[in-house]
Ligand binder design. Structure first.
Ligand SMILES: NC(=O)c1ccc[n+]([C@@H]2O[C@H](COP(=O)([O-])OP(=O)(O)OC[C@H]3O[C@@H](n4cnc5c(N)ncnc54)[C@H](O)[C@@H]3O)[C@@H](O)[C@H]2O)c1
Length: 259
């Protein structure tokens, strides 16, 4: 490992955007600590990365104690330079009438509380180091109502609030915190979410991501994003070039939010 090698913790790293983030950081010589609920998905991602560039941890981000143990084991190897929070599930476009209490609790628990569970020990470590970068993955659902469901929208708006408060609390230690808000990205999130949430979701096969005509109408660039495009933005926000950006929401959505 070179001196410039950074240690990067990524949740939801077994698939989609998290996997692309892992590939981008390792391409630049960093070491990635991959956290995901699925061992199979983690194994698949690691098989695509340079040998020795990653460490995997099967963990459910909703399990506060287990997450704490994983972060302690990461810290045993040295500082945490970057944290990227990607773990998340999609609840279809379930509105208030289709959102059961169980669906609400699971989505908030994974997307919002699950992020806090990792941030808590990671932030303590970064404060001790007096350095670090935090990048959370939100969604345009943090500001727009219709693309996703009630619990998902609330969880992503919550992450935006969390990002701003983290920027305020951690700036004095030289730590910045930002949120990347994707629009539609070509990943397997619908299948993954069905696997994790089971029958709680009324129907994940709906929404702008499954309707090419609607996508063309709503998104100025007329296409979904590639996970690598999201990863490139995350990488920039964790670089020294973005060292004076903090508390911000960066939309990577083909212009959707502007339309
Ligand atoms: N794909 C999109 O169109 C889109 C749009 C906006 C925002 N996002 C957000 O981007 C992030 C990544 O989504 P993606 O599209 O790459 O989805 P994905 O399903 O491909 O990847 C998500 C990963 O998170 C993991 N995960 C889910 N629950 C977990 C838990 N409790 N503990 C640990 N790991 C867990 C899954 O196993 C999966 O590997 C999510 O937060 C999602 O809300 C995605």
């Amino acid at each position: 490992m070179s001196e410039a090698t950074r240690h990067v913790v990524i949740t939801g790293a077994g698939s989609g955007i998290g996997a692309a983030v892992a590939a981008t950081f390792t391409d630049h010589g960093d070491h990635v600590h991959l956290l995901d609920i699925s061992t199979d998905r983690l194994d698949e991602v690691v098989s695509q990365l340079p040998e020795g560039s990653s460490t995997t941890h099967q963990v459910d981000v909703t399990d506060y104690e287990a997450v704490g143990a994983v972060i302690s084991s990461v810290i045993a190897h040295g500082p945490i330079d970057v944290f990227v929070g990607c773990a998340g599930v999609f609840d279809g476009v379930a509105g208030v009438e289709n959102t059961s209490r169980e669906l609400w609790n699971r989505v908030i628990d994974i997307n919002l509380t699950g992020t806090f569970n990792v941030i808590k020990p990671v932030a303590s470590q970064m404060i001790e180091q007096k350095s670090g970068s935090i990048v959370l993955i939100g969604s345009i659902a943090g500001t727009r109502a219709l693309p996703d469901g009630l619990a998902y929208d609330a969880s992503k708006a919550g992450l935006e609030g969390m990002t701003r408060r983290l920027a305020v609390d951690l700036g004095q230690y030289g730590i910045n915190a930002n949120l990347v808000a994707p629009g539609v990205v070509r990943t397997g999130i619908r299948a993954t979410s069905e696997e994790i949430l089971g029958d709680l979701v009324p129907d994940t096969n709906v929404g702008v991501g499954t309707d090419a005509d609607l996508m063309k109408k709503l998104i100025p660039l007329q296409r979904g994003g590639d996970p690598a495009e999201l990863a490139a933005t995350v990488f920039f926000l964790a670089s020294s070039g973005a060292g004076y950006i903090s508390g911000d929401v960066v939309h990577v959505d083909g212009g959707w939010i502007a339309a």
